[in-house]
Design a protein around this ligand. Sequence first.
Ligand SMILES: [Cu+2]
Length: 375
Amino acid sequence: MNIHESLGRREVLRRIGLAGVAVPVVGLLGTACDDKGDEAAAAEVVTGGEGGSQTVANSAGTAGAAATAAPQQAVDLDYLPNPEVAPPIDRNEPGTVQARLEIAEVEAKLADGVGYKYWTFNGTVPGPMIRARVGDHVEITIANPKDSGVGHNVDFHAATGQGGGAELSRVNPGEEKSFRFKVLVPGVYIYHCATAPIDLHISNGMYGLIVVEPEGGLPPVDREFYVCQGDIYTTGATGEPGMQSFDLQRLSDERPSYVVFNGAVGSVTGDRALRANVGETVRIFFGVGGPNLTSSFHVIGEIFDRVTTWGSFSSFSEGVQTVSVPPGAATMVEFALQVPATYLLVDHALSRLTKGAAGHLVVEGPEDPDIFTAI
Ligand SMILES: [Cu+2]
């Protein structure tokens, strides 16, 4: 029996800290759902099927634990910090970019009252954004501390070579290794841990973006942002308080309890929201670590003026409402800001809103009634 079976959608959203976010989406969905239908749908979403979920202990893992029937106490943990956007490349010639990836297992906030032990590169989810120019050599050092529970490595989709570097970078606890690759093709690329079970390592937070700029760089914009989507599989249902362990059966079934931007519910909202002003142009580097769900990335109330197709800088589409970003892929969207609003970043597979897939872009400045007004 799931504790959320009798909860309505609004209560679920309140428990995971997104009650305020839900308002425009409920409006967006219109009145087709009456309250009863709404609640039934929510119950289906949060229970995610019959029979509950079974915890499977992972012999390699440190976070696996037996599920307990007794409800857990809410925990009050801080979010992991959001990673910074790497600055644009200002070189006209190829060079060498060096990046250090430190494995860090960190307990942090997954949702209000909910904690999770993340596996991270440098203590953030996603890991650090790396930025290079086509023709550069990228030198990666990966370090796994002695007290780490398991081995890790990294596969760079921007690399050409065996495993994207996975073999060269395999580090057991206490080891450190370096490897180098040349970035041959411009684009926005995922990197991720590729240690088995790979889906678990990714779900726990081990992914990030490397941007390979073309010759001449990217056109300047006023603001750049870095956001990645991931799906997380916990023993407890969505919003169930307490420290949560990963659930390998849910993972295997591709039945996440959370779908989040930057690692946690609300990680890109409130005082962590993206912020810009009317009259500015913005660019979002958006990746999907997954491991399993394709994102239908959309910003409610905006239109992407320009979008890379599959993260490639050789092909752009203009005037796009929603862009499909599969796991292990990334995109770059750009748009101008004409009117103030709190624009909502979502995966437009909107049932995932109740699992946390929402962020805010807060835009301030003068209204323009010619573009948007009540009449
Ligand atoms: Cu790993």
